[in-house]
Write a protein that binds this ligand. Structure first.
Ligand code: SAH
Length: 474
C-alpha cells in the first residue's frame, strides 16, 4: 500500500491560525515531519510520531535532500505523512521543491494552504499590507542571498509603489536598506521589523530606512522576522491592538482545549498545555449489589470506572438503590451529580462510620496513601500513570492550576531541574485544596482564585504585571 503526503501550512505561529483541513490532517497523520519555525503546540493533540527536521541531536540540519528522501521513504512504508511547514507551504521554505520530488517519485500528495506570515504577520502588528491611500500592491521578497549568487533586481524592487515585505532578511538587513536607498527609495521611508509574529514572543520595532539598522541592533531583534517597507507601517500607531494578557505565555494543565484557555486567549495570552496523567483501569470483583452497603467515594473518576464496568456487565446505576453513597469531597459530589446520581452525603475520610461494614472506592495510589478503618473493604478501579514532559518552563510567565490533581500530575511528570524553575513561577490556584497542594509542592508565588473568569483574568494580570520588568512592544 502506498502512503500519502500532505504538505500542510502551519500558519504564522498562533496554533489557532491553522486551517480546518490542516487540523484534520494532523489528527489523521501517522507521522508529522516539521520545521524549526513551526510551533509545537500545534500538534500536541496528535498522537502521530513527530520528526523535527529543523535540528538533529548533533545540531546539524537535515539537508533538503534528506528531507525529500525521508518523505518518500515514509510514504513508501504506507504512512500518512504530514509535512508541516511554517506559514504557507509554497511561500519560500522550499515547499515547491518537496512537491516536485514527491511527484518525480510517484508519491501521492496534496497541498493544504496556510496563512502566510508575510501577510498575517503584518496584521498582527497593526499593519495592513495594502491600503487604498498608501499601497495598491505588495511584494514578498526573499532577503536570503541565493547560493547560486543570483541577485535581486534592486532597481525594480526599490521603485515599486507598494509595500515591500522581506522574509529571511535579518542577516542582510544593512544590504537591503542600502540597496533600496541607492536605487531611489527615500531614506525616510517607514520600516517595521516584526519578530515572532502571532506568538507570545512577538516584538516589533519601527523606524525608517536610515535608522532601522541601528534601532534593530539596539533592540536586539533578530530572525525569524519580517521586514516591512512602506507607508502602511505608519498605520500601526492607530491599528495595533493590545489586550490585557498580550505577550503572556501561560501553562494550563489540561490535555485538551478548555473554556479557561479560550478565555485567556481572548485576552491576548498564548496558552500551552501539558499532558495530564493517563488512566489505567484495573480489574476488580463486582460486589454483591443486592446486599445493602455503604459506599464511600473518594474520587468521581474511580466511581465512573466502576459504573462503566457494571454497564459492561449489563447492569445500570438503578441496581445501586439499596446502597448509601457517601463522598469525601464536594468536587466528587458535583461530578457524580453530573452523571445523574445524587449522593447521600459528605463524610470526612478519617471519620468513617465504625459500626457497619463499608466499601471505599478510589484510585490505586490515593487509596494506598491513606489510612483505613478496620471495617473497610477497598475497590481500586484504576491507576493514574504520570506522563513525562519535556517543557522548558523558562518559556512561561505563569501557571493556572484548576485542581490539586493537576498540580500532582505536573510535578510527577517533570525533571528535578524543571521543578526548580516551576516553583518560582507565579501561579493561580482555583480553590483552597489546590492552593494547599501548590504550597506542599513548594510553589513560592501562589494566589487563590475562584473559578470566576473575571477574577482569574484580573488576578493573573496582577501577578504577571508584578513580575514583568521588561516592556515588550508588540
Ligand atoms: N512559508 C513561510 C515562510 C518560510 S521562509 C510563510 O509563508 O510564512 C522563513 C521566513 O519566514 C523567516 O525567516 C521569517 O522571515 C518568516 N517568518 C515565518 N514565520 C514568521 C513569524 N511568525 N514571524 C516573523 N517572521 C516569520
Amino acid at each position: 500500500m502506498s502512503g500519502f503526503v500532505s504538505l500542510v501550512g502551519a500558519g504564522p505561529g498562533d496554533p489557532e491560525l491553522l486551517t480546518v483541513l490542516g487540523r484534520r490532517r494532523l489528527l489523521e497523520a501517522d507521522v508529522i515531519v516539521y520545521d524549526r519555525l513551526v510551533n509545537p503546540s500545534l500538534f500536541m493533540m496528535s498522537s502521530a510520531d513527530k520528526v523535527d527536521v529543523g535540528k538533529m541531536p548533533n545540531h546539524h540540519k537535515f539537508s533538503q535532500y534528506k528531507i525529500n528522501e525521508l518523505l518518500v521513504e515514509l510514504a513508501t512504508q504506507g504512512k500518512r505523512v504530514v509535512r508541516l511547514k511554517a506559514g504557507d507551504p509554497y511561500v519560500f521554505g522550499r515547499g515547491g521543491e518537496e512537491a516536485q520530488y514527491l511527484c518525480a517519485h510517484h508519491i501521492d500528495y496534496e497541498v493544504v494552504p496556510g496563512i502566510t506570515s508575510a501577510i498575517a504577520g503584518l496584521a498582527a502588528a497593526g499593519i495592513p499590507i495594502t491600503h487604498r491611500d498608501m499601497a495598491s500592491s505588495f511584494h514578498i521578497i526573499t532577503g536570503h542571498r541565493k547560493a547560486n549568487g543570483r541577485q535581486l533586481d534592486w532597481a525594480n524592487v526599490a521603485q515599486q509603489e507598494g509595500t515591500l515585505v522581506f522574509l529571511m532578511g535579518m542577516k542582510q538587513l544593512p544590504v537591503i536598506v542600502d540597496e533600496l536607498v541607492k536605487n531611489g527609495r527615500p531614506a525616510d521611508s517607514a520600516v517595521a521589523i516584526i519578530q515572532w509574529a502571532t506568538r507570545w514572543q512577538q516584538r516589533t520595532v519601527t523606524g525608517n530606512l536610515s535608522n532601522i539598522v541601528e534601532i534593530a541592533n539596539q533592540a536586539q531583534i533578530g530572525a525569524p522576522a519580517l521586514i516591512v517597507v512602506g507607508e502602511v507601517v505608519k498605520l500601526r500607531d492607530e491599528l495595533n491592538v493590545r489586550l490585557p494578557l498580550s505577550g503572556k505565555h501561560i501553562l494550563i494543565p489540561y490535555k485538551v482545549n478548555s473554556k479557561l484557555s479560550e478565555l485567556l486567549k481572548d485576552q491576548g495570552a498564548s496558552v500551552d498545555y501539558f499532558e495530564r496523567s493517563t488512566k489505567q483501569p484495573l480489574p476488580f470483583d463486582i460486589p454483591d449489589l443486592d446486599k445493602p452497603e455503604t459506599l464511600v467515594i473518594e474520587d468521581a473518576e474511580a466511581f465512573k470506572v466502576f459504573l462503566d464496568v457494571l454497564l459492561a456487565h449489563n447492569i445500570d446505576s438503578r441496581r445501586l438503590n439499596k446502597w448509601r453513597l457517601l463522598v469525601t469531597n464536594t468536587v466528587a459530589q458535583s461530578r457524580i451529580r453530573q452523571l445523574g446520581i445524587i449522593t447521600d452525603g459528605l463524610i470526612v475520610r478519617n471519620q468513617l462510620p465504625k459500626a457497619d461494614a463499608i466499601i471505599v472506592i478510589g484510585e490505586a495510589n490515593q487509596l494506598a496513601r491513606e489510612k483505613f478503618a478496620e471495617n473497610e473493604t477497598q475497590i481500586v478501579t484504576y491507576k493514574r500513570v504520570p506522563v513525562t514532559h519535556e517543557i522548558d518552563l523558562n518559556d512561561f510567565h505563569g501557571v493556572v492550576f484548576p485542581s490539586s490533581l493537576a498540580v500532582q500530575d505536573l510535578f510527577a511528570g517533570i525533571s528535578d531541574e524543571a521543578k526548580k524553575q516551576l516553583v518560582t513561577l507565579p501561579c493561580l490556584a482555583m480553590g483552597r485544596h489546590v492552593l494547599k497542594q501548590c504550597q506542599q509542592n513548594g510553589m513560592q508565588k501562589v494566589q487563590l482564585t475562584s473559578a470566576e473568569p473575571e477574577e482569574i483574568i484580573a488576578k493573573l494580570k496582577g501577578v504577571l504585571d508584578d513580575e514583568s520588568n521588561s516592556v515588550i512592544d508588540r
